[in-house]
Ligand binder design. Structure first.
Ligand SMILES: NC(=O)c1ccc[n+]([C@@H]2O[C@H](COP(=O)([O-])OP(=O)(O)OC[C@H]3O[C@@H](n4cnc5c(N)ncnc54)[C@H](OP(=O)(O)O)[C@@H]3O)[C@@H](O)[C@H]2O)c1
Length: 284
């Protein structure tokens, strides 16, 4: 569906004040000369259904969905794309004349963030830390490409559940273990890519890391999807170990750019979106 003048977009979550999506999408609308606006909406869980009904009633053309609504919103939508179905969570809703379609662009965003740094995961051995919403999206996307994926999570049963879901849906065997220093040390020895998809190291707990330089090495690429701060303690530890690092900004840009494409059918100005994000992040 093409974007008309005056269309309204937004992001729903609780809290929402921290969201960088308004800056990113409004910069993209401005760059393309689209008379659209993107707003943050704080929606408490008990009002989620009303918010989605309101989206339809007010003809809000698109929403991004963030914590804590990514899974809960699914039951209020008419249809899900393949990625959202697999992951069981939605980060983008398109309002196609009252038909609300849910998408999940996080996995593709992560893939593009790796690819733009010349680190395509095809045929690679990946260690993924985390089993929450973002980790699920990344795991499904990478499972189609990587040679192997090992999922490590603090709560082991969530890692096992994710591995089982992938095996059932994609027929690919995925290993799952509890997150511990020993399992990290062992698994990182032969890994090509380490991805932190937990919230460890995110502002305000910036002194935390899932791995230190002692378990990292120069033969590994370390990708931290946390984007605030841009250079997390994990990435600083990885640099100290001589490893190549990738920040969470690329994923944020690309998941947003994919949503923009779904809503507007236009090629998203990814570099403008990245600049808007970096400006906002450096001011924080
Ligand atoms: N760059 C991007 O575009 C992008 C996109 C989406 C999300 N993110 C970021 O990714 C992070 C995760 O988001 P999410 O939506 O997946 O969150 P989520 O669904 O709440 O999952 C949180 C994950 O972090 C783990 N975790 C939390 N605290 C921990 C701790 N102290 N020690 C070890 N593990 C811990 C959880 O483990 P348990 O299962 O044991 O609780 C779980 O695996 C957030 O920082 C978010 O901002 C970035």
């Amino acid at each position: 569906m093409s974007t008309r003048a005056g269309d309204i977009y937004g992001v729903i979550g609780d809290p929402i004040e921290h969201s960088l999506s308004p800056q990113m999408h409004n910069a993209a609308f401005k760059k393309l000369g689209l008379n659209c606006i993107y707003l943050p909406f704080r929606v408490k869980p008990r009002y989620l259904k009303s918010a989605i009904m309101g989206m339809r009633a007010l003809n809000i053309r698109g929403f991004n969905v963030t914590t804590p609504h990514k899974t809960a919103v699914v039951k209020f939508l008419c249809e899900l794309d393949e990625a959202a179905q697999e992951v069981g969570a939605v980060n983008t809703i398109d309002n196609d004349e009252g038909r609300l379609v849910g998408y999940n662009t996080d996995g593709l965003g992560a893939l593009k963030a790796l690819q733009e740094k010349n680190e395509d995961p095809s045929g690679k051995s990946v260690v993924l830390i985390g089993a929450g919403g973002a980790a699920r999206a990344i795991a499904f996307t990478l499972a189609r490409r990587a040679r192997s994926i090992l999922i490590l999570n603090r709560t082991q049963h969530r890692a096992v559940k994710l591995a089982e879901d992938i095996e059932r849906k994609l027929g690919k065997k995925i290993l799952a273990r509890p997150l511990a220093r020993d399992s990290l040390l062992q698994s990182l020895h032969d890994a090509d890519i380490l991805i932190n998809a937990t919230s460890v190291g995110m502002y305000p707990r910036i002194e935390q890391t899932v791995a230190t330089r002692k378990v990292l090495h120069s033969g590994i690429v370390v990708f931290d999807i946390v984007y605030n701060p841009v250079k997390t303690l994990l990435l600083r530890e990885a640099e100290a170990a001589g490893a190549k690092t990738i920040t969470g900004v690329g994923m944020l840009v690309h998941q947003g750019a994919e949503a923009f494409k779904i809503w507007t059918n236009r090629s998203p100005p990814a570099e403008v979106m990245r600049r808007a994000l970096m400006e906002e992040l450096s001011g924080r």
